[in-house]
Design a binder for this molecule. Structure first.
Ligand code: CTP
Ligand code: CA
Length: 224
């Protein structure tokens, strides 16, 4: 009935959320990664599920618990994350919150690289990882709403808008993670919502509150 519809505005909608870091192996015991707790991405997946969406959460290695009512696909590397996101299409909305490693080691070693006294440290030859958000933003089965995050330490609004254009996103939530904000790894976020027709400053709030506010925006946009 009407009550159910009001409480579950995303019923019948499919959402894909990425969260956490990716780990790019150097050898079987070492990896390259970004800092990411997965707190914000997991909170967004949970908030979308509470509004009735069918949510696939594609998560890199994190220690935060799986959100309730969400189907979780665990991955390690960026290429695995891309494959899992593509496999979860079609969807009405994607929210890319993962801190994907921009580069991976071109040829990860099959065995542990040993220190050898007197020898120079091994050089790491890197190669670029696929840009998952850009792939989805320009995909033939592009979801109606494509949303990314941008962690920036300077020129937050300009860098965020450039990413919106480059990646074919509808919104970028740009987050100031310069060390002076103390935001990185914490419970709170201070974001700018950058859209096609303008920018909105969200006051500093908890990651759960950011998730609620974003889920409400998604529900409004999908029902418009
Ligand atoms: N992203 C992605 N795949 C990548 C890199 C980034 O899907 N290989 C997504 C992130 O999940 C995020 C958005 O793109 O939603 C912006 O990520 P960010 O690292 O800020 O952008 P980059 O294009 O990698 O630029 P930068 O040089 O600032 O790292
Ligand atoms: Ca990046």
């Amino acid at each position: 009935g009407l009550l159910v519809q009001e409480e579950k505005p995303l019923a019948g909608r499919k959402a894909i959320v990425t969260s956490g870091p990716t780990h790019e192996p150097i050898d079987p015991v070492r990896y390259i990664a970004n800092r990411s707790s997965g707190k914000q991405g997991h909170a967004i997946a949970a908030a979308l599920a509470r509004l009735g969406a069918e949510v696939t959460l594609v998560s890199g290695p994190v220690t935060v618990p799986d959100p309730v009512g969400v189907s979780v696909v665990r991955v390690e590397r960026a290429e695995e994350m891309r494959d899992a996101v593509l496999a979860a299409l079609p969807a009405d909305v994607v929210v890319m919150v993962a801190a994907v490693a921009d580069w991976r080691v071109a040829a990860a070693a099959g065995n542990k690289i040993k220190k050898r006294s007197g020898e120079a440290p091994p050089p790491l030859l890197l190669t670029e990882n696929p840009d998952i958000l850009k792939t989805i933003g320009h995909h033939a089965s592009r979801p109606k709403l494509v949303i990314g995050f941008a962690a920036e330490t300077e020129n937050v609004a300009d860098n965020g808008r450039a990413k919106l254009e480059r990646k074919g996103a509808d919104y970028i939530l740009a987050n100031d993670v310069s060390p002076s904000t103390g935001i990185m790894g914490g419970e709170r976020n201070s974001v700018k919502l950058i859209g096609r027709d303008g920018t909105e400053d969200w006051q500093e709030m908890s990651k759960d509150e950011v998730a609620e506010k974003l889920a409400a925006l998604i529900a409004a946009r999908l029902s418009a």
